[in-house]
Structures are given as structure tokens and as C-alpha cells.
Design a protein around this ligand. Structure first.
Ligand SMILES: [Zn+2]
Length: 260
């Protein structure tokens, strides 16, 4: 993935999705101040919601997306992934989901979808044959519940072939900075020993992005169709929001995708 500038804002984009409108936003070029400086897209983080909505609009405009149809997840650390129906358009932003929806999938052209995060793992999915996209959020709970494979399952239930799916694992906290308590570490150690490092003081360092990568591979996504961002949001807090590095007071980054 590489950083590209569009207007006043920057996005991480992938060659694997060349020709598809997509990007993970960085933190500069928006209108928010203080901890949310400046491109916060989080509506429930304590920032002025009008600023957050303006920032979302800045992103969708820069990506030339149909902002009036933008549909968001409603992230409550579930493994729920929804295939969008017409009546779902606009949910997460102008209408409520009513329950946790940590991933959304759609085949509707002109309907941009978005996930949001600051250390958690954002995933963008694309099947260029079936013309379907997905936007998914995986924190440690969702990752433990394997939301990534659930997203692949939902796409395949609606006509995708897993070998046609391209997956981008976006900017998230790296193993270098993601220390968790013993019970969380142990929960991953059993299934993903190569993604977990036990520390001397009963804590663990966990690589959520690599776990997501393993889960996507196990779900049938081809190795050559997965791109894992090298960014650690905490190490690169000057460019990306980080919940950990900013001690819980940060804005959120957006992962956007749309088919035309
Ligand atoms: Zn780091």
C-alpha cells in the first residue's frame, strides 16, 4: 500500500484495487481540533459531530464517492456482517442500525461503505467478478470471533468465489505496540502462536493484522490477493490516529470503498 494525496487529504491505497474507488484515510487535512486534529471521522468519540460529518464528506469528495448513499458500520465489537439491502442505505450515518454491525457488504453500485478505527484492524474487500465490496472492523474481540472469515462467508453466500476476493488489511496497531493482558494473549496463543509473543510480566504482544491475514487465508482468500498494511498506528501517530498512543483520546480513521 502507498500513501496518495487527493486534494488536501491523504489515503493509503493498494495497487491490488487499481480502478476501484477506495482508501484508508490518514489524520491530516480535516477540520477537527485538539485530540481529533484533524480528519476525525468518528461520530461518537467526543468530537463535534458536525466536524466529524464534515471530515467524512471531505474524504468521500476526495475519493469521488456518492456521499448521499454512504453507509457505515455500527461497531460494537461483534462478528456481525450485513449484506446491504436498499433500505439499509445511509445506516450508521443518518439512520441507525439498531444493533452492532461490525462489517458491511454490498453489490450496489454507487453506494460507498465505510469502517472506522484507531488501532483496531480495518479490512476492505473486493470481488471484481461478482462486483461486491466489504468494509469490516476487527478489534481483538471481533478478531477472536473471526469476523474476517465471517465476512468472506457472507460474500460467498451472495455469489462470490473466495478465490476472486481481494482483501486489504489497513493501518492498525502493530505487534511492537499492542500489549494485552494474559487472558487476551492466551486466547490467541493457542490458534496463532506465530502472531503472539509472551512477555516476562505475564503480558502478551499480539499482531492483530497478522492474525487477520491468517484468518483470511484459512477462509480461502488467496495469498497473492491479500495485502497487509505495514503501518503501526501507534508508532506513526503523527500520520494516523491511535487509541493507545493518545491514551484513549483520539479521532478515528476511515476505510472507504465503492463500486461504480
Ligand atoms: Zn508500533
Amino acid at each position: 500500500m502507498e500513501i496518495v494525496k487527493k486534494g488536501n487529504v491523504q489515503f493509503l491505497v493498494s495497487e491490488k484495487l487499481k480502478g476501484v474507488k477506495h482508501g484508508f484515510s490518514l489524520r491530516t487535512g480535516g477540520v477537527s481540533a485538539g485530540d481529533f486534529d484533524s480528519l476525525n471521522v468518528g461520530l461518537r468519540r467526543g468530537d463535534n459531530p458536525f466536524s466529524a460529518i464534515k471530515n467524512i464528506e471531505i474524504c468521500t469528495d476526495a475519493l469521488e464517492m456518492a456521499k448521499e448513499s454512504l453507509t457505515l458500520t455500527y461497531q460494537l465489537h461483534t462478528k456481525n456482517v450485513r449484506f446491504l439491502e436498499k433500505e439499509d442505505i445511509g445506516k450508521g450515518l443518518i439512520r441507525e442500525w439498531g444493533e452492532g454491525v461490525d462489517g458491511v457488504v454490498t453489490d450496489m453500485a454507487g453506494v460507498p461503505i465505510m469502517t472506522y478505527s484507531a488501532d483496531c484492524v480495518p479490512i476492505l474487500l473486493y470481488d471484481g467478478v461478482r462486483k461486491m465490496i466489504g468494509a469490516v472492523h476487527g478489534g481483538w474481540r471481533g478478531t477472536k470471533e473471526n469476523i474476517a472469515s465471517n465476512a468472506i462467508k457472507v460474500m460467498c453466500e451472495h455469489g462470490c468465489e473466495k478465490e476472486n476476493i481481494v482483501a486489504l488489511i489497513g493501518p492498525a496497531i502493530g505487534m511492537c505496540c499492542y500489549e494485552v493482558s494474559g487472558d487476551v494473549g492466551e486466547a490467541f496463543e493457542k490458534d496463532y502462536p506465530e502472531c503472539v509473543k509472551k512477555m516476562p510480566h505475564e503480558k502478551y504482544m499480539v499482531d492483530l493484522k497478522k492474525i487477520t491475514y491468517c484468518q483470511l487465508k484459512t477462509a480461502g482468500v488467496k495469498d497473492c490477493n491479500i495485502e497487509n498494511s505495514l503501518v503501526c498506528t501507534a508508532c506513526e501517530n503523527d500520520k494516523f490516529f491511535s487509541h493507545r498512543a493518545q491514551k484513549g483520546r483520539s479521532g478515528l480513521l476511515g476505510g472507504f470503498i465503492q463500486i461504480d
